[in-house]
Design a protein around this ligand. Sequence first.
Ligand SMILES: [Zn+2]
Length: 718
Amino acid sequence: SASHFATCLHHNPSFMLSLGWEGASSAALPALAFPCMHMEVERGRSIPLCLSHSFSFFILLSSSSFSRLVHGGVYIKCPPLGLESLRVKDAQLQASSYKRRGLGPHRGRLNIQSGIEDGDIYDGGWCARYEDKDQWLQVDALMATRFTGVITQGRNSIWSWNLVETFKVQFSNDSISWKPCMNGTQEAVFEGNQDTETPVLAVFPESTVARYIRINPQTWFKNGTICLRAEVLGCALPDPNNIYQWQAQQEGYQDKLDFRHHNYKEMRKLMKSVQEACPDIMRIYSIGKSYLGLKLYVMEISDNPGKHELGEPEFRYVAGIHGNEVLGRELLLNLMQYICQEYKRGNPRIIHLVKETRIHLLPSMNPDGYEAAYKKGSELSGWALGRFSYEGIDMNHNFADLNTVMWTAIELETDESKLINHYFPIPEQYTSEEAFVAPETRAVISWMQTIPFVLSANFHGGELVVTYPFDMTRDWAPREHTPTADDSFFRWLATVYASTNHVMSNPDRRPCHYEDFVRHNNIINGANWHTVPGSMNDFSYLHTNCFEVTVELSCDKFPHASELPIEWENNKESLLIYMEQVHRGIKGVIRDKDTEAGIADAIIKVDDIDHHIRSAFDGDYWRLLNPGDYQVTVMAEGYFPATRSCRVEYEQYPTICDFHLTKTPKQRLRDILAKGGKIPKDLQLRLRQLRMRKLRTTTKTLNQRRIAQQQRARKARR
Ligand SMILES: [Zn+2]
């Protein structure tokens, strides 16, 4: 009602500011009165209203942002303070006692992971030193906060089983005098955990404003000790003495993007709206379907969407291979919105990027897994729910293992000239119907061969580091430095992303879980972290021309929606500058000297690098290289090889190195005999294409069979 509205504005000027901040027009603000104290706004933050007039304030509902946030006026969800995301610093966490440093209060964070062994300084939770009911884990929110609940989890460990079954909660404004969380007239006792991994939410009967909160275990697993990991839900209140600073903290994001988690339908809707806003440079296509039939949508961004242009490199970002590692998905949705907006605004950097590059963004490679994690939400999905495909396949181990093919050949082959170092065909057994290859993986492999990608990155979560191939160790060691022939360029690629990411590049950041990647400048050879056979990076490099790295984007796999604006800021420059690296090295077109026709599948060999690449359909090629002088040799069947030296400069544009090849007399004769028939392809190419055809055929059969099965099941249910 209007009078309440006026009272609100009178008592809380920040409320008015917040309207401008959300960019909401008055038409979108049908105000509803609710008997409650808080309004949660779009970014998951809450704004207190009418502090002196309790029980009257407004919930603003707009179609897109506010609707899901009201719970009957009884409980309004406050965001996590950030024990998991590390927004809450180690110094803010204290405890009555702790067993040892590796089990200190700073380890009592939701979803924190321990190292393989117990007993180091990176253990899986906070554990009290004593076993009595006076133990507590304390969080200092640093400011007045409306606490609404906590989420607890047991200790992460392979070797021991520790969890808290029930607990009490206390609040304080000064950390000296404490008052208990009440349930009516009684002190509230909350149900904690029954296993060590499932996060359990405890909502306070009444929310309480305080600065400090304590979780106070009452009973615990009887053969264990008091250990837990936690997250605290609370809405920060403005400091009445410094409201403008508070407001500035809440604001500060320039880009007006749709910062929230998008499920499948919302993602599709958003992509469609972005495409409609920028139809000249955007096109949506699908590369296939998930097991449950959700489409794998790609946003293509180019000045000529829908086709490959001669000499223009193709770039891709892939997110959501693990469905519960969700930040990459939102960053790619942000990125397409941002490119559309900036292109229209005339941002020269973006215009240049769009004109010179064909960009493909796949926000969700595992939509089935994502939907499962999304249903539980950012705090309660735990560490593994939604990681796998519906069939239980880990898609980052699901690509064909070509490393073994290559390394076995190196060991067995005595004639070195017969060894190949690129474009490995998919092994026969991988193409069979029985091969346990996810439909999503099959779709991506087919996509990789359809488009001549030059550079890519895939996004994961749960750590902060950029990993570069190889991802698999050569002798099945659990970890071992296993570089590719292009190690220096891969290290450059990883460094470009890591050094521009605001969180990684902070030298004072604490490790996410149990590995300190800051020591390695936040980059690591994948196999030197932990071996992964059948990874996407290794497959890209050995089966196609594409160089690909993995970006682990955040300690928290499923950050709360309120973290999304800052995560965009953390990654924005990295996302752009990484794409620009596709313009490093040399590129050119390989043509027939007589006819000027482009020569496809020509081999481009760079003197000392034992990894060749091939030209695309029209004879164009891209060879990513660090600055330097290179001897480049081009070979194509039926032609004399040609060599020239090409210099790569430090600037971010490629050196043009074109080649004109002369046909061999033998080939001329063959051409005459074949009367313009097709030039025979070399064995390696033939095999590579044959196996791809086979994979596509079995994929089609399997997909049809599955769809028929699903239809039959649906009928039977009816
Ligand atoms: Zn992952």
